[in-house]
Design a protein around this ligand. Structure first.
Ligand code: ADP
Length: 623
């Protein structure tokens, strides 16, 4: 009975349509899940990059504003006595720390040693006179990404300065009319530099060739894969320059001076194109305060923002947690630029573990979703597979049924025709033989009608067209009648038959003819499937509100695997055409349909000692 197993083609189709796509989906999903946290981090990093870049830009803009403010506040100076102007400058602008004046020949005209000098001015001179006098160089910072451009810009600037229309735009951001926006050019160059390792190594190489110092950043951006790696190189490189070289080519600007961990910031302004330079040591505290004022809200649910100074110390601690945070390990950071070397705008995750738990939650949700999807695909696929398989099995069973029925029709028809022809031609003079022929013909005709009735009954039941009478029936009587009708034939066929029926009536409600048919089907099966031991027992019992009829034989029995299926339509335990016992696979199907219509049940049990037992139970009618 290989047709009860799914065919190879069907299994291949199932694998192609369900298992393979399901497995691929599963693998892809698992891979996606693994990278969930990385994706989340990447997304967050992109958001923070945009924000930090904006903060850096606002700080740089503010530095320009502060430069404008300082330049505006410095009134006209008397060369011999700049004191009062400087005093007023300092009094009106908190940014002004210690004012100074340097002559065109690089002589320090202010603070003057001969005047009464404050200790701060004294210290200032001690620290800076060699630099302001042009006798010593300091490290001047510039953006390595702008190195070649920086050379060009200096050239252009000195050209325009010589033409007398000089205006410093590196700080104020203002542009001569018609020139391409320098800020845009710079931003592009920096973006290109950041995007390419090759450009980076070229530029750093170039810086080294120009004898410029390359140093590493103050912070180590805490990306997973770079957890223990070296800090990145700073985008700023520094080379030694003296005061007049730094101030050449511009009208004003800031000069940072980093000595050890101490930062000093000078503001300077040319008083005439090739003349004196006035300026001041900037009050860094006020300068920082003004810069921090442009920061957005430093603390949100997702991130914390601050600025780290040259020593990596936060200038603003939104949570006032002090040392508890590893300030030098931000989630994202950007350097502010050449005016504030080593300063960084840094962003931290408000709650670093939230990212992991969010990733976990997201992974879990995705996993549940994918799991559900996979289960749905597999279950759906399995149901379709089973339905298709059932249809195939049914189709195969129908084919076998048709073959069986044709065979069943052909055998009696052949013998009827044979005997009829012999009688017609008068070839059999023996009256006993003639009678035998006629008897056989009658029996075969009966068999034919039974077969046809079975098929017709089945189709009526299938279409729900079979109707039943509902009358009070004595089941004991029905059983006796069927038994008597069949006994002679069975005994002739060598069966020993036993009938056990109670004396009193066994009333049930139903259709006596239909119930007879159930019994006939069961008895004829008992007859058909018995071999050497030919015993049939028919018993009726009453009890527990139910009437039970058992039909038992000592025949071949039903193989264990087939026991569940014998009531299915067209099913035969041995359906080969060569099978000795012929049948349609409909007898039990019809019997069970009738019993169910009578609110009863029909079940098979293997019989101890060999053989089969069919038990029919019907509700007992109360008198
Ligand atoms: P059919 O007898 O025409 O094949 P049935 O529906 O009456 O169809 O029976 C279905 C199958 O159940 C049979 O083919 C046979 O394999 C098995 N069967 C039914 N009754 C018996 C029985 N008394 N002993 C052994 N097998 C049986």
């Amino acid at each position: 009975m290989n047709y009860h197993r799914p065919t190879g083609k069907l299994i291949a189709a199932f694998a192609a349509a369900v298992i393979v796509p399901g497995a691929i989906l599963g693998v892809l999903a698992i891979r996606t899940l693994r990278y969930e946290e990385t994706y989340l981090k990447k997304g967050l990093e992109d958001t923070l990059r945009i924000e930090v870049d904006q903060v850096v830009n606002s700080i740089r803009r503010e530095i320009g504003v502060l430069s404008d403010e300082l330049a505006r506040g410095l009134g006209p100076l008397e060369e011999d006595n700049p004191g009062p102007t400087f005093a007023e400058w300092k009094a009106t602008d908190a940014l002004v720390g210690i004012p100074f004046l340097v002559s065109a020949e690089n002589r320090i005209l202010w603070p003057r040693r001969d005047k009464a000098m404050s200790p701060a001015e004294d210290a200032f001179l001690l620290d800076n006179q060699d630099f302001l006098n042009d006798r010593a160089e300091i490290l001047a910072y510039e953006n390595v990404a702008l190195l070649p451009a920086a050379v060009e810009v200096v050239a252009v600037k000195s050209g325009s300065a010589a033409a007398g229309e000089a205006e410093d735009f590196s700080v104020s951001g203002r542009e001569p009319a018609g020139a391409p926006p320098a800020q845009l050019r710079e931003n592009l160059a920096v973006a290109k530099f950041r995007g390419s390792r090759e450009i980076q190594s070229q530029r750093y190489q170039q810086a080294r060739e120009e004898k410029k110092e390359v140093f590493s950043r103050n912070v180590l951006v805490a990306r997973e894969e770079a957890e223990e790696s070296e800090p990145e190189k700073s985008i700023l490189v520094a080379g030694p320059l003296n005061f007049s070289r730094i101030t050449a080519g511009s009208e004003r600007g800031f000069i940072p001076r980093l000595t050890g961990d101490k930062l000093e910031l000078f503001f300077w302004k040319k008083l005439s194109p090739a003349g004196e330079i006035a300026g001041c040591l900037v009050n860094l505290e006020e300068f920082t305060r003004r810069l921090l004022a442009v920061l957005p809200v430093p603390y949100s649910a997702s991130r914390l923002l601050t600025v780290l100074d040259q020593n990596g110390t936060p200038l603003l601690d939104p949570l006032e947690e002090g040392a508890s945070r590893r300030w030098q390990r931000p989630f994202f950071a950007r350097e502010i630029g050449e005016f504030l070397p080593r300063w960084e705008v840094t962003a931290y995750l408000s709650d670093p573990s939230a990212l992991a738990s969010r990733a976990r939650l997201q992974s879990l949700l995705t996993a549940v979703l994918i799991g559900t999807l996979l289960v749905a695909i597999l279950l759906g696929g399995f149901l379709i597979f089973r339905a298709v398989n059932q249809q195939i099995v049914l189709a195969q069973e129908k084919t076998t049924f048709a073959a069986n029925v044709s065979h069943e029709l052909k055998t009696p028809l052949t013998s009827i025709r044979l005997f009829a022809e012999m009688l017609e031609q008068g070839r059999q003079p023996d009256p006993d033989k003639q009678r035998y022929y006629l008897k056989t013909m009658a029996a075969e005709s009966k068999r034919l009608s039974r077969l046809i009735n079975t098929v017709l009954d089945f189709s009526r039941i299938e279409r729900g067209e079979k109707t039943y009478r509902r009358e009070k029936v004595d089941l004991a009587l029905v059983v006796k009648r069927v038994f008597e009708n069949l006994r002679i034939r069975l005994e002739e066929a060598g069966f020993s038959c036993r009938l056990l029926v109670p004396e009193e009536p066994v009333p049930v409600r139903g259709d006596p003819e239909a119930l007879e048919q159930v019994l006939v089907n069961l008895l004829s099966n008992a007859e058909k499937y018995s071999e050497k031991i030919r015993e049939i027992e028919l018993a009726v019992e009453k009890g527990d509100g139910a009437a039970t009829v058992t039909v038992s034989d000592r025949g071949i029995g039903v193989p264990k695997a087939a026991a569940k299926k014998i009531f299915s339509k067209f099913y035969r335990a041995d359906d080969s055409l060569t099978s000795r016992v012929k049948g349609t696979g409909l007898g039990l199907t019809i019997a069970q349909a009738i019993v169910r219509e009578h609110s009863g049940e029909l079940a098979y049990q293997p019989r101890e000692g060999g053989g089969s037992r069919f038990r029919l139970r019907l509700p007992l009618l109360k008198d």
